[in-house]
Ligand binder design. Structure first.
Ligand SMILES: O=C(O)[C@H](O)[C@@H](O)[C@H](O)[C@H](O)COP(=O)(O)O
Length: 226
């Protein structure tokens, strides 16, 4: 699988370098387009990238930011990825960016699907996507064994899909592989030996349903630090 692996001596350097690179790619898009769009993951890894990125100078008021996937929990919850964005990215310079929501205050993701999809569709194609990955080889909320995984990996998929999986404690809303692969620039950030092994395993398998991250690896820059 044709991805580029960039190894860093430590996590701190990786997070700073990656934030700089994302900012410079957004500036590049804004040099010839009215708006740029950025999709970012939630979870525990990207916080330090957001801290650096939020302080970097670019025309943030022309940038649409969305999550690659959201957990269907209230925005006050510690598990809310939207909350993570508000706390760590939408600050300082980046406070001027425009959030494209992937969460709505309805009981189920299905109840908000039409409204949220319309917002995402309007901001496509993505200029830059940053993805995370689990040691189970999921990326965004494309989990092995998820109820709508086949649809989520289809080249004809809608932009956004609700997703439920044993590996996810709550329902999810996720961008599909088609939208992630449509990004002009794709980055995956992982740390530690287990995820590095999982990535190598995913790149070698033929079974994309068991290793959903494989569906987005072509043309990906993978950033790794121990
Ligand atoms: O909401 C989420 O959980 C994500 O967006 C998810 O796809 C995440 O990127 C991976 O699970 C890695 O998570 P960690 O960074 O916490 O290991």
């Amino acid at each position: 699988m044709t991805y580029e692996l960039k190894e860093y001596p430590d996590r701190e350097l990786m997070m700073m370098d990656l934030a700089d690179r994302i900012a410079s790619e957004l500036r590049g898009t804004l040099a010839h387009e009215d708006r740029a769009s950025l999709a970012v993951p939630g979870g525990t890894t990207p916080g330090p990238i957001f801290d650096t990125l939020s302080a970097l100078h670019l025309d943030w008021d022309r940038v649409d930011v969305m999550l690659t996937d959201e957990r269907w929990v209230p925005m006050g919850s510690d598990r809310s990825n939207t909350r993570l964005l508000r706390d760590r990215l939408f600050r300082d310079q980046a406070a001027a960016a425009h959030l494209i929501p992937l969460y709505g205050e309805t009981a189920t993701p299905e109840d908000s699907l039409d409204r949220l999809s319309a917002g995402v569709e309007a901001a496509l194609p993505l200029s830059v996507v940053l993805l995370g990955m689990g040691a189970d080889m999921h990326t965004a909320s494309l989990f092995p064994g998820a109820d709508r995984l086949e649809e989520g990996l289809s080249p004809k998929a809608p932009a956004v899909l609700p997703m439920r999986a044993d590996g996810a404690p709550e329902p999810r809303m996720t961008l599909t592989a088609r939208v992630l692969n449509g990004a002009m620039s794709k980055h995956l950030v992982i740390t530690g030996a287990a995820k590095r092994e999982a990535l190598e395993k995913a790149s070698k398998t033929k079974d994309v349903m068991a290793a959903p991250v494989k569906s987005v690896l072509k043309g990906m820059v993978v950033h790794w630090a121990e």
